[in-house]
Design a protein around this ligand. Structure first.
Ligand code: NAD
Length: 312
């Protein structure tokens, strides 16, 4: 039987570290880290995500400041709000929930958030820093994926890792982090030929396709580690819906370890958001002793298993 990697438990451990860091910030005489959460319109899924993030902030002692705007909000007024939050020393992280209404250029808006406060790690400056291994804020889901891998793998040097999916928010940043960890990385996508044969070579599989149960048992090498990022809501029995991952969970029991869906990557994403917010606050308060967070120079394992993405 494959070990189940308990994302909820690992997320709780990270939250404990984050809570301790908030306490340390306050004990040093600073205001607790502040996260501005912007929600434009009333998309039901976004409402749920935002509520969960705000509740999570409360759990670890981060101040969350919610900005709810109507779905008729103009791009200019959203940009004005972000400019104000960028300049506000009491705000350390800015999160603008996507999707945004169609009159708003999402790229323009996300690009207007100060890279230092971009706790989602989507700003092109942070993307560039990640791909050059020069620090910056690491996007939450990819950071969570690395922490889950390192909960069962000591060293990724030379390991064959296959990433399924090449999106900007999961596949590509995960691939960059894995390269920084000295893995041999193969990135695959919808147009990849012979995917089962490619996946079968992998020591570690990161599935982020959004294709329910795409990865079958016969695709998986004995003893591989599987991180299932995919989440698809599907019709279950009695008209109830259930969440399904990208991996046929029951077929991969010859793997050494696998994340469940739900309860794997999902809980890590919010825990990493909180960790990133504290990291941004520590940087703003000069508490990271000028450390650049350069990925290439870090002890990789400590970086992902320790307190968020901050070198010890
Ligand atoms: P996306 O749609 O932007 O990208 C999907 C990628 O997978 C694309 O590169 C596509 O080419 C590839 N792909 C799709 N079907 C494929 C197939 N059959 N074979 C090979 N490649 C295929 O999606 P995304 O935003 O990267 O999200 C991927 C999945 O991860 C979704 O299920 C999403 O819900 C989930 N997700 C989970 C979390 C979390 O917190 N757990 C966070 C982000 C995304």
């Amino acid at each position: 039987m494959a070990d189940i990697i308990d994302g909820r438990a690992i997320a709780r451990q990270l939250d404990e570290v984050t809570t301790a860091e908030v306490t340390e910030i306050v004990a040093a005489g600073h205001q607790a880290p502040g996260l501005a959460v912007i929600l434009v319109g009333n998309d039901p899924a976004s409402e749920v995500y935002v509520r969960r993030k705000i509740e999570a902030c409360e759990r670890v002692g981060i101040r969350s400041i919610e900005h709810r705007l109507p779905d008729t909000t103009s791009q200019d007024s959203l940009l004005t709000l972000i400019a104000r939050l960028n300049a506000d020393p009491e705000i350390h992280g800015i999160l603008c929930q996507v999707p945004l209404p169609e009159q708003i250029d999402t790229g323009r808006v996300l690009g207007s958030i100060s890279p230092d406060k971009d706790v989602d790690g989507f700003h092109p400056v942070n993307v560039g820093r990640l791909s050059t291994g020069t620090g910056g804020i690491i996007p939450c889901t990819p950071l969570g994926v690395m922490k889950l891998i390192y909960s069962v793998v000591d060293d990724l040097t030379g390991k064959d890792v296959v990433v399924i999916g090449k999106s900007n928010i999961v596949g590509k940043p995960v691939a960059n982090l894995l390269l920084e960890a000295e893995a041999t990385v193969t990135v695959t996508h919808i147009h990849t030929h012979g995917l089962p044969d490619i996946v079968r070579k992998a020591d570690v599989i990161v599935a982020a396709a959004g294709a329910p149960e795409l990865v079958r048992g016969y695709w998986v090498k004995e003893g591989a580690v599987i991180i299932d990022v995919g989440i698809t809501r599907m019709e279950g029995e009695n008209g109830k819906t259930r969440l399904v991952g990208d991996v046929a969970f029951d077929e991969v029991q010859h793997a050494s370890a696998v994340t469940p869906v739900p309860g794997g990557v999902g809980p890590m994403t919010i825990a990493c958001l909180l960790s990133n917010t504290v990291k941004a606050a520590r940087n703003a308060y000069g508490m990271n002793s000028g450390v650049s967070n350069a990925i290439a120079e870090d002890d990789k394992r400590t970086m992902f298993t320790g307190s968020g993405n901050r070198p010890n």
